[in-house]
Ligand binder design. Sequence first.
Ligand SMILES: NC(=O)c1ccc[n+]([C@@H]2O[C@H](COP(=O)([O-])OP(=O)(O)OC[C@H]3O[C@@H](n4cnc5c(N)ncnc54)[C@H](O)[C@@H]3O)[C@@H](O)[C@H]2O)c1
Ligand SMILES: CC(C)[C@H](C(=O)O)[C@@H](O)C(=O)O
Ligand SMILES: [Mg+2]
Length: 371
Amino acid sequence: MKFNIAVLPGDGIGPEITQQSVKVLNAIADRFDHEFIFEEAAVGAAAIDQVGDPLPESTLNLCKRSHAVLFGAIGDPKYDNDPSAKVRPEQGLLRLRKELGLFANIRPVKAYEALIENSPLKPEIIQGVDMVIYRELTGGIYFGEKSTSADGKSASDLCFYTVEEIERIAHLAFKAAGERRKKLTLIDKANVLETSRLWRKTVKEISKSYPEVELDFLYVDNAAMQMILNPGQFDVILTENMFGDIISDEASVIGGSIGLLESASVGEKNALFEPIHGSYPQAAGQGIANPLASVLSAAMMLDYFGLIEEAKAVRLAVDVSIQLNVCTKDINRDNHYSTERVGDFLESVISDTEDHMINDENLNLGQMTII
Ligand SMILES: NC(=O)c1ccc[n+]([C@@H]2O[C@H](COP(=O)([O-])OP(=O)(O)OC[C@H]3O[C@@H](n4cnc5c(N)ncnc54)[C@H](O)[C@@H]3O)[C@@H](O)[C@H]2O)c1
Ligand SMILES: CC(C)[C@H](C(=O)O)[C@@H](O)C(=O)O
Ligand SMILES: [Mg+2]
């Protein structure tokens, strides 16, 4: 089959990790006889440097006419350290999500058996953890009205949600829960926030259509604690934009590195696949960034295309690299491999039929339900 993929490498480690995913996707295309046509475009600080806009029209148009977008990361310290900057790399990503209507960001989190000792959390706490976070991505405080007073002494960000915005992602999360362990936890702050009360009311109503799914609620402050105390209790988490951003970075500690956490951002017409981490500017160009979050995001893209066997082949290669410790230094502290060597290894596993002596029992090749 033939697919057009827009590649937006972005800033910092974005280009080097994305390059490994393209390598892996090319290996998949060769092995399974597909045609993936990659077209690259600038976004973030790189695009500001080139044309003064973090999301140039040409980049947006490319994304709109492609079957999917492979996104690296954006962000640069020169903007992070300048609160008064009017144009910022992050605006490129936020506008892209909004323009493409990517209302649901799906972030799976699991503890890899072979990495169980890597997490700062105790093995008995993280063993078997397997959850997926459904983060609302185009609403809430990120997109509400913003203002700063003329004297610069006060500022405001409005948190705004409509029932429709809550319903459409809630349906996706309930459906996913129905295909998993049938438990959905809504994380909110309904003891304080009106928007959270609207989430609770709406989600309770929707739950009547999914009687097989057990619904529970957690306040976000308690949820942050439960994520560390007892993450095994979570199956599907549903939450609003900002809580989802924060909770998922916290959850990445379970897997041992944020460099392992993939995501899919989906809407009615478009889909974008991105690691949950940022541009990790300290590591840019050093070959130490973990490419697996990006590669696993590419596997989610293959699931989205309906290429289930192909997605499994990518996940198998990732599992092999983890089991054999062909990993970057965030998870292999003694004898680490460079970003590029990990990509080369994945490519060789996919292209090869060679037996890599892995323990099949530990492989988790489950298909991700994207939409
Ligand atoms: N989706 C995105 O593009 C995205 C997401 C988060 C942050 N950002 C931007 O990235 C910049 C840096 O932000 P930050 O430092 O808060 O977050 P970050 O995710 O870039 O890095 C935080 C830490 O996570 C670890 N890390 C991140 N990616 C890794 C990888 N692939 N391999 C190994 N370790 C990895 C590193 O220890 C790093 O110090 C900022 O400009 C921020 O706005 C962008
Ligand atoms: C860079 C930033 C706008 C972004 C977000 O907050 O959504 C990032 O943290 C993420 O998780 O993708
Ligand atoms: Mg984030």
